[in-house]
Design a protein around this ligand. Structure first.
Ligand code: HEC
Length: 351
């Protein structure tokens, strides 16, 4: 009997020990979690970044948010022909297109400054230097800044400039500051016909702006031209020459234009529409950037973005959420209207 009692006590003891072990272990683990989360209540521990096979809860939220906002992989236009891009590149970096031969498209849209100029307002012809290092000197100040050109060749971009003053309709009709190019039957039809994107149509307008590229009246033949169409003709005279390329112009440009537009029978057939088309093609291809981690994520590669980036995208797609309301007592303490700093009664100063 005593022997049985011993064994019962022995087994009970063992069970207690093992329960204590489990419980102790469990309590220890829980305790560790509580301690850690107590230390950093708002920042959950970052899980290691591993390519998720299945969409995580975060992915599901983000993909839904993107779908709700019709965010989709942008449709890229076909790759333009090499010869067209080569001509556009030569034109984009060439000061010959400006009245005083002192500024090119690249001066304000240089690739090294992210294709914008990084200035609060652009410095036009007569200034010196590139991008954000450009100095005004006796140059002209443009009342706006130069927007970056990334992805502006995508068909989704149908308007150009901050005020959309250049745009292209679904049927290809242009709306620009030059009436001769506008509408379904433009009077300058040959030029308009080459301007098949908003980007191509935009490209011929910096050339007509006195402050941007053309120069002041009295300074050069482009600045003195009677209208836009004459400016554009005079630019072609500079580039490919007159009398079918026998007077003036550059042999290199004649070759580039001929390679880019083999269907144009003779040199006199080239016009500013070809310049716009080539500049648009170069800008489209050179500044096309459709392979960011977000682009790849949108295309279905869920491992392309880090968790942090995914959380950022989710936040961005939802907009900023209002801050949590403060407790009532807190609100009462500061419910008196606050006087703006500065002169008493000078409210309008602060909006
Ligand atoms: C003096 C600096 C300067 C030069 C030179 C210049 N640009 Fe710009 N560019 C600007 C500014 C400023 C704007 C915005 C003007 C506005 O919206 O009214 C702009 C706008 C644009 C836009 C519209 C982008 C958008 O998002 O709407 C394109 C495209 C562009 N420029 C291409 C060119 C090309 C091509 C040339 C050469 C033919 C050129 N620029 C020459 C300063 C310049």
């Amino acid at each position: 009997m005593r022997e049985r009692a011993f064994w019962i006590v022995f087994f009970l003891g063992l069970m207690t020990l093992s329960l204590a072990a489990c419980g102790g272990g469990g309590a220890g683990t829980d305790g560790a979690v509580i301690d850690e989360s107590g230390d950093t209540p708002d920042v959950p521990e970052e899980p290691p970044i591993t390519p998720p096979v299945e969409p995580s809860a975060l992915d599901q939220q983000l993909l839904q948010a993107l779908e709700d906002r019709d965010v989709d992989t942008p449709q890229a236009p076909p790759i333009p022909a090499d010869a067209l891009v080569a001509l556009g590149k030569a034109l984009f970096f060439d000061k010959e297109l400006s009245g005083n031969r002192n500024i090119s498209c690249a001066t304000c849209h240089h690739p090294t400054t992210g294709t914008g100029d990084d200035l609060s307002v652009s410095i036009g012809q007569g200034g010196s230097g590139l991008g954000s290092a450009r100095l005004l000197g006796s140059g002209a100040l443009i009342p706006r800044n130069a927007p970056p050109l990334f992805n502006k060749g995508l068909p989704a971009f149908r308007t150009m400039f901050w005020d959309s003053r250049v745009s292209i309709g679904q049927g290809g009709a242009l709306n620009t500051p030059e009436p001769a190019l506008n509408g379904p039957r433009p009077t300058a039809g040959a030029i308009a016909q080459e301007l098949t994107t908003a980007l191509a149509a935009q490209a011929i307008f910096p050339l007509t702006s006195h402050a941007e590229m053309r120069g002041d009246p009295g300074e050069n033949e482009l600045a003195d031209a009677a209208d836009n169409l004459e400016v554009w003709t005079l630019i072609m005279d500079r580039l490919v020459g007159t009398d079918n390329g026998t007077q003036g112009g550059f042999a290199e440009y004649r070759a580039l234009f001929q390679a880019a537009f083999p269907a144009v029978a003779d040199i006199d057939g080239f016009h500013i529409g070809h310049v716009g088309a080539a500049l648009g093609a170069y800008e489209d291809l050179a500044f096309r950037a459709l392979d960011s981690s977000f682009d790849r994520y949108l295309a279905g590669d869920l491992a392309a973005m880090t968790d942090e980036a995914r959380r950022g995208a989710l936040l961005r797609s939802r907009g900023l959420r209002p801050l949590p309301r403060r407790p009532a007592a807190d609100r009462r303490a500061s419910s008196r209207p606050r006087r703006p700093p500065g002169r008493p009664g000078a409210r309008s100063q602060w909006g």
